[in-house]
Write a protein that binds this ligand. Structure first.
Ligand code: ATP
Ligand code: FE
Ligand code: MG
Length: 392
């Protein structure tokens, strides 16, 4: 079972050849990060154009590195959503052409399911005992902050219940916006991650309120921990909101007159694009007050992710926790999630740094159960920018 997978949902053009759903023979990623960094975010039109430019060489490189030919491939998998419509279409069109030309089945994959499978795939590679279902999965990136309960569905298949999501900004988006406010580089996550280690996380007491479920149902309250009501569609909301903390940081910067130093920092970093987030030069640009603000912001965000995730895990009787998406690279998040999981006697797994950001190996891994079950896409497969996983 050899799957060639293609991913082009956002700003990475990626292709991978994966055997048996877990052995990556190749995993090629062409990132457009540098291109979009000039704009402080992904520009959809530029992304589509870059995907068009990259798709052929990236797939070719994936085939070469895997040392197999297209004839050896058993199926073509591709991300069908969620993501940018124009970007998704490049991968889908190319995958369909390959599938049609080679007479191999096509498999449509949800990008979010891919992020979850990135973690499980590596756990399998390390030959760890497989994590038992149900699993609570936190997918946390620049575009998503979702909690899913993954359950067994028949033979080898998976079923997902979306038990929480952000009602406004994603956590990674908050990192990027706060970094921008402070005059740090893009994407902001890695900058805040390393600088936070130098500040006092208790300096600024940011608080997260309780986010109300959109549709209130009786008995589904976090605070009173009542048993869940029986019946389908009963999904408690462990929702997130990150736009408030971004505004709180902005207000703090203004009331503490830190705007000038942020501007100065932005200017110096613009002149030194080679300075890395963790360098001494970069740290020297931040005074103690700024470092404290950074540390406090991160402490609050990670604390909120941690509380919601483990509350949901407890509520739904999850037997393990997996965390994926770009923010899963965060060092404080990993440390605190590991400690909390250990305290509760739950296994927790993260993807390696290479598989935590967008890639195609994870798309092949998520396609594997579908391949085994013969769940193939028709030639009508199209891009679904708002594609959801597990309803809600
Ligand atoms: P999608 O949401 O569709 O997966 P994306 O490109 O936003 O797309 P990723 O590439 O998975 O998602 O993640 C990028 C995000 O992760 C950015 O917001 C970035 O700031 C954040 N990030 C990366 N490294 C870290 C880190 N060490 N700590 C915190 N956030 C990080
Ligand atoms: Fe992603
Ligand atoms: Mg990305």
């Amino acid at each position: 079972g050899l799957i060639l997978a293609i991913e082009s949902s956002c700003d990475e053009t990626a292709a991978a050849v994966v055997r048996g759903g877990c052995e990556a023979l190749s995993n090629v990623v062409a990132s457009q990060m540098k291109l979009h960094a000039n704009y402080g975010g992904v520009v959809p039109e530029l992304a589509s154009r870059e995907h068009l430019r990259n798709i052929v060489p990236v797939v070719r490189a994936a085939m070469e590195q895997a040392g197999v030919s297209l004839d050896d491939v058993d199926a073509i998998a591709v991300t069908e959503g969620p993501g940018l419509a124009g970007a998704l279409l490049v991968g889908i069109t190319y995958a369909k052409a390959l599938s049609f030309g080679l007479g191999k089945p096509l498999i449509g994959v949800n990008h979010l399911e891919g992020h979850i499978h990135a973690v499980l795939m590596e756990a399998r590679q390390r030959a760890e005992s497989p994590m038992e279902l149900p699993l609570l999965a936190l997918v946390v990136s620049g575009g998503h902050t979702h909690l899913y309960l993954a359950e067994q569905r028949g033979e080898g298949g998976w079923r997902y219940r979306n038990v929480g999501r952000t009602v406004d900004d994603a956590a990674g988006e908050a990192y990027d916006k706060v970094a921008k406010l402070l005059g740090l580089g893009y994407p902001g996550g890695p900058w805040i991650d390393v600088l936070a280690r130098r500040g006092n996380p208790q300096a600024v007491p940011f608080r997260f309120g309780q986010i109300k479920p959109r549709a209130h149902r009786e008995g589904i309250s976090l605070s009173n921990k009542k048993a869940p009501a029986k019946g389908s569609g009963d999904v408690a909301s462990f929702n997130f909101s990150f736009s408030g903390i971004k505004t709180a940081v902005l207000r703090y910067i203004e009331t503490h007159e830190m705007r000038g130093s942020a501007e100065a920092r932005r200017g110096v970093l613009a002149e030194h694009p080679e300075w890395k987030p963790g360098s001494e030069e970069t740290a020297a640009l931040c005074d103690a007050e700024t470092l404290d603000l950074i540390a406090s912001f991160q402490h609050a965000v990670v604390g909120n992710l941690l509380r919601q995730t483990f509350a949901a895990a407890e509520r739904f009787g999850a037997r393990g926790v997996v965390v994926s998406g770009g923010v899963a690279a965060n060092s404080e998040l990993r440390r605190r999630f590991q400690a909390e999981a250990h305290r509760r006697g739950l296994p927790v797994a993260f993807p390696s740094l290479a598989l935590s950001t967008d890639n195609a190996a994870m798309i092949a891994a998520a396609a594997w159960p579908k391949f085994v079950a013969g769940e193939f896409a028709s030639e009508a497969l199209g891009a679904t920018p708002q594609l959801r996983l597990g309803g809600a």
